[in-house]
Structures are given as C-alpha cells and as structure tokens.
Write a protein that binds this ligand. Structure first.
Ligand code: ADP
Ligand code: MG
Length: 672
C-alpha cells in the first residue's frame, strides 16, 4: 500500500480520538500529515544575552539557575513558582504558573535555555512562563505547525516524527535527470528537512523541491484531463462568414473585437476544434464576438447553442440575437425553465430535425432530452457561473463541437495559465468608443438624503437608476429587508416614482416582468439584490447605488458597477458603507480609483486569495498546500516546461508511478 493512504490513527501516539483532531485540520492519512508543513521554525541555537536583547523581545537566553524554586499558592487552582537565573551578567527573575512538572524538574546550578518574552529594567530582567529546556539537551531547530485549540504544535510535531521514523525512505517522484536539470534536491531529503531542518538554510531548498512537485503534479493533472478530450475538428468550416457579419452590426467593431473574431474564425477553419476563452471587462462587447462565430457556423449549415446563467440574461441575449439576425433568415429559439411544456416539446422536435439554427437558454438546454441535429458550436456566457461539468455537458450535445466561453471576470494572467491551460484566450482590452469612465464615490449613510436627491434629479432628466441592497447575503432572509427597503423608499424619498423590486426569491416569470419593465423604461428605479449582477444591459440607467458596499468582494462590486456606464452619458456609482476599518476603506478606495477590472481583480486576489476570488466550486481546482499560485509564478512556468517534456518523453507517465498516484489524489475531489 502507498504510505500516503495509511490512516493517521495508526501512527504511534495518535489513536482514534486524536485522529479526529487531525481530521479537523484536514489531515486524514500519512500523506496528509507529511505534507502538513511547519508555519515557521524556532532555532534554539540562536541564544543571546539579556544585554543583547531589547525589552519586549522574544528571545533565547542561555542561563544558570541560581536560587531554588519557591512555591506559593495564590488561590485554589493557581500556584506560582519563582526562581532566579543568571546569564553571567544579569539576573533573570522567572515566574512559572501552575506547571508543577516543570518546576520540580529544575535543579540549582544547572544550565538551561529560556525561551520567551523578556522584560528589562536597569539591572534585572523578568520572564513570565518561558519555555525552559536543559542546555545540553535543547531541541535545536523546532518546527512550529499551524495548531488548533486542542491540538498543539508539539503534538503535531511528534506525530510527524513518528511517521518519518516509520518510513525508511521516500521514493523519489522524479528521475535523477530531471532533478539535475532543474537543480532539485531529493524528495526524501526535502520532506525530512522541511519538518526537522538541521540548518535553517536547508528549508528553502526543501521548499523549492516541494513547491516544484506540487505545481508539476497540478500541471500534469491538467494536461492529462485535457488529453482525455478529443480535439478533432469534425466541423472544419469551409467558408468564413465572420467578416460578412461584422458589416451587419449596427456599430463599428473595436479593434479588439475584430481580432477576437479573427481568432475564432481561424480556430474553426483549423484541424483542431476551437477551444477559446473570450475575456473582456463588462461592456467590452463580448456578445458581438460570439454572434460573429454563431453566424459563420450557421452559414456553413450547422447549429449553435448559447448558454447563459440566468433566465433574464438568456432572454436578453435572445432578443439581442433576434435583432442582430433580423434580415438573415436565421432561426433562433429560447429554451429556459419557464418555457411552456408544449412549446418545449415543439422546440426539441425542431431542434432534433435541424430546423433551429441557434438555441439560446439556461441550464435547460443541457437536459438529457435536448438533442441537436448537427451542433457545431457551443457558447457559455459568464462562464464562472457554471461548473466545469456543466460546460462539458453542453459540449457533449455534439461531436466535439467548437467551444467558446465568455468571461467578464478578469483573471490575472498567471492564474489563467493554470485554470485555462487548455483554452486559448482572446482578450477584449478595449471598450467601445464614447464610453465615459464611471464616476465612483464612497460615502457613509449620513449621505442618504443627498444621494436620493441626486437620483431624483437624474430620473427627472429621463434616466434610470439601480439600487442594490443585498442586506443579507443570498440568505433566507434577503427577501424581507429588500422588500421593506423598497417600500420605505416608495413611500418616502421616491414617492411618485416607479419603483421595481427584484430579488432572489421571486419566480423567474416575475423577475422577467420587472426586468423587462426596467429595460423598456417603465420602471425608473430598480431596487434589487445582487441578482442584477450578471450582464443585463440597460444603457439608459446611469446611477448605481450600492448599500453596505463593504459586504461585497471588489470583483463583485465591479460587476455590479458595470451595469451602468453602458451608454454615452456620464454614469455614477455610489458605494455606501459605514464600516470604519482601515482595510475596508482601502478596499473601497480601490473601486473609486480605478475602472480597470484587471487591477481590481489583482487587488482582490492578493488580499483574499484565489479561493475567495472565484469561489471554490467555480474554479474547480485542487487546493494547494505549499505552492502559491500568485507568488510562485516562475516555478509554475518552469513546471509547465517540465511537464511538457515529461509527457513528450513518456505520454502515460509509466516511468513515474508515484507521480501518477499523486495526480489522482490531488484531483480526487475536484470537478476534473
Ligand atoms: P459584455 O462584454 O459585457 O457582454 P455586451 O456584449 O453586452 O458587453 O455589449 C455592451 C453594449 O455595448 C451593448 O449594448 C452592445 O450593443 C454595445 N457594443 C458592443 N460593441 C460595440 C461597439 N464596437 N461599438 C459600440 N457599441 C458596442
Ligand atoms: Mg455579456
């Protein structure tokens, strides 16, 4: 059996009860324990004298005990032990609380090392409850593990030590040539040194090796996953109609749009099927790019499918495509959860017979009974809203169709490389002309009256406004606050105006009705929870007021803000927050200072980490233990090269059985 899978409870000194405490730290087996690394190290060799230390320092002092321990009972349950030490220059008064075992073990005139905080005055020093070890038996370099309340670092260290003692040698995952080529130490050495370094300088070498292993395993796993998919192009387009389509657009495409469309056209005429991500900030015009690809596919005689995450968005796309294809004899249909049964049946029938060219819809279009006659292109909008398996389900509707995914979440390049390692990327880094920067302000709630006045003025001049008030995050209760809030407004600040309310608990039909009324201009002010977040397009709306803005992630705020500024009029985003903490102020000021989604995403990623950034499910990647996707970018690039080299040399990785097991283990609980 692979030592990795050996259950933690069989390690000497662990047992069933303690195993549960390890489980809480996410450690279930020996592999998990071995790869649970120290957070830092304390070096007992690093002793100083009291004179060398500053008062308040945490330090190691080598000292001789000079007075016997005096015991005094302060009250029941609290015993104090006092004794004095000297380092040869200064007397140190040591107090120990309750630790009878330690107190009884100390001997006058023996040498010790004291570790703890040191308080100094002119002639003496004090240490309260220091860690005390015998000088000739001190621990050396001691690992400090991230502990929990009931499982301290020492207990973890002991378990690791038993495990390491038990395993004679860690079989290396890499060949000698690779280790040599990339200047890596052996795995066995790395594992032992990262836990119990004989020299602190060894830790970096060990870390380098372990980070390399982790990122290499990740890359190899992703490549393996990718190669399972066929890449044959069964729908190699004979003719390209994208240029013809661009002329039909009611506007002049931007350079970035032209380039992205060109990328798609080339993909679809090549030997491999298209697998492309269109990445562009909100409002950059991704829909038109998708439409060009759809048009070209249809003119070649095939079908396309377009999946959006919400009903509202699907309908909006449906209407957009109807308009775009108005005079082109293209048949477009919409299929969502709320399509009537009879209509659904009809659509499915016509779809299977090839009478529908483009099917737009929600998840409804990946149901089992939806069949296409000749599906050559699948598009997923706002892809971060879908799991990997949902995208895959859509692709399964055809024989390896061309795939286009669209994302407004600006992903920093380094992360894109990992997550979309199997996708080609086109970036829309140019907004359509005439757009103005959205002016963003951060205020506290004392500004409400002024803001309401400003909104009234704007609405009076013919524009519309959004008010986002997700008081409770997607919870059971968000209905009540949003409703109440809207009622208060409609009777107070916005009496006489048309208010619409949109929240997560409404039926799709109801949402639909409110949203269309807003899009038509029948509703002046849309009060909503975050359901408004995804790509709806109402260019006449120029104000976005967000209550409790500090509750949102920056990327989410950026998405919300992207609902305004979609026309040529000056738009405003007002973030209300009463949170006075510095970190919160700094976060919101990022919103005020930039409209650049990439900068915002980078900041978000640095302060919150990739897990939060995408939501765990959404990125579907394994959790990393030692490597940091943001900081270890250089190693990542090297591992990419190494992975390619290994696969070219040994496609099934037969020479690397342990690495294969590690890959399987790493990807066990992911979407891949
Ligand atoms: P997103 O990238 O957020 O999905 P959309 O595709 O919804 O953006 O486009 C946003 C708005 O900009 C739409 O109203 C669209 O018609 C318009 N638009 C797109 N491209 C251009 C362009 N090149 N010139 C002018 N308007 C454009
Ligand atoms: Mg969009």
């Amino acid at each position: 059996m692979d030592y990795n899978d050996y259950s933690i409870q069989y390690i000497k000194g662990v047992g069933e009860k303690r195993a549960r405490l390890f489980n809480k730290l996410g450690i279930f087996d020996v592999g998990g324990l071995i790869h649970f690394y120290p957070r830092k190290y304390i070096d007992w060799n690093n002793t100083v004298t009291v004179k060398q230390a500053d008062s308040g320092d945490i330090a190691f002092i080598k000292a001789t005990m000079i007075t016997p321990v005096k015991e005094s009972l302060i009250r029941k349950g609290l015993t104090l032990y006092k004794c004095n030490f000297t380092d040869g220059e200064t007397v140190i008064h040591v107090t120990i609380f309750n630790n009878k075992y330690l107190a009884k073990s100390l001997r006058t005139f023996d040498d010790y090392v004291l570790y703890g905080k040191i308080e100094k005055n002119f002639t003496e020093a004090r240490m309260s409850s220091p860690q005390i070890e015998k000088a000739d038996n001190k621990p050396g370099i001691q690992p400090v593990y991230p502990a929990t309340e009931n499982l301290n670092s020492k207990a973890i260290s002991k378990a690791v030590k038993s495990a390491l003692d038990k395993i004679e040698f860690f079989e290396d995952t890499l060949s000698d040539e690779i280790k040599q080529q990339y200047n890596l130490c052996s795995l066995d050495w790395a594992i032992r040194q990262i836990h119990f370094p004989t020299d602190l300088g060894n830790v970096e070498k060990a870390r380098k090796r372990l980070i390399f292993d982790e990122l290499l395993t990740l890359r190899l796993g992703l490549i393996k996953f990718k190669s399972k998919k066929s890449n044959k192009n069964y729908y190699k387009l004979k003719n390209d109609f994208t240029t013809e389509f661009l002329k039909l657009l009611p506007f002049t495409p931007t350079g970035a749009q032209r380039k992205a469309v060109g990328d798609c056209a080339m993909d679809m005429q090549s030997d491999g099927a298209m697998n492309r991500l269109i990445q562009g900030d909100v409002g950059s015009g991704k829909t038109a790019v998708a439409a060009a690809a759809v048009y070209s596919v249809i003119k070649n005689g095939y079908q396309s499918a377009f999946m959006a995450p919400t009903e509202i968005l699907a309908r909006q796309h449906y209407e957009t495509f109807l308009r775009l294809f108005e005079n082109c004899s293209v048949t477009v249909e919409l299929l969502t959860g709320s399509t009537k049964v009879k209509e659904k049946r009809e659509i499915k029938q016509r779809l299977a017979q090839g009478e529908i060219d483009l099917l737009i819809g929600t998840h409804a279009i990946i149901q089992n009974d939806v069949e296409f006659a000749d599906l050559a292109l699948v598009i997923t909008d706002e892809q971060h809203r879908f799991g990997v398996e949902q995208r895959a389900a859509l692709a399964m509707k055809g024989a390896n169709p061309h795939t286009l995914v669209m994302s407004a979440t600006p992903i920093p390049r380094t992360l894109g490389l990992i997550i979309y390692g199997d996708l080609d990327i086109s970036v829309l880094d140019e907004l359509p002309p005439g757009r103005q920067e959205i002016r963003t302000d951060v205020v506290n709630s004392s500004y409400h009256e002024r803001i309401y006045k400003f909104i009234r003025k704007t609405v009076d001049s013919g524009h519309q406004a959004y008010i986002v008030c997700s008081l409770v995050e997607e919870g059971e209760n968000d209905l009540i606050p949003a409703t109440e809030y809207a009622e208060n407004l409609s009777e107070g600040a916005f009496k006489g105006y048309n208010l619409g309310l949109l929240h997560g608990k409404m039926k799709p039909k109801e949402k639909e009705a409110v949203m269309s009324a807003f899009a038509r201009g029948d509703v002046d002010i849309l009060v909503s929870t975050t359901v408004v977040e995804v790509g709806v397009d109402v260019p006449n709306a120029t104000i976005m007021l967000i209550e409790n803005a500090d509750r949102f992630g920056l990327s989410q705020l950026h998405q919300l803000r992207g609902r305004v500024g979609r026309g040529s009029d000056q738009s405003y985003c007002i973030l209300v927050s009463d949170n006075k903490s510095d970190s919160c102020k700094e976060r919101l000021s990022v919103m005020k200072n930039t409209n650049d989604g990439f900068k915002i995403a980078d900041y978000d990623l640095q302060t919150r980490g990739p897990g939060d950034f995408f939501g765990k499910r959404q990125h579907g990647l394994p959790n990393l233990v030692i490597a940091d996707m943001l900081k270890d970018t250089e190693t990542l690039a090297i591992c990419q090269k190494c992975a390619e080299q290994m696969i070219a040399d040994d496609p099934n990785l037969d020479k690397y059985p342990q690495l294969c097991r590690n890959i399987t283990k790493m990807f066990k609980n992911t979407d891949f």
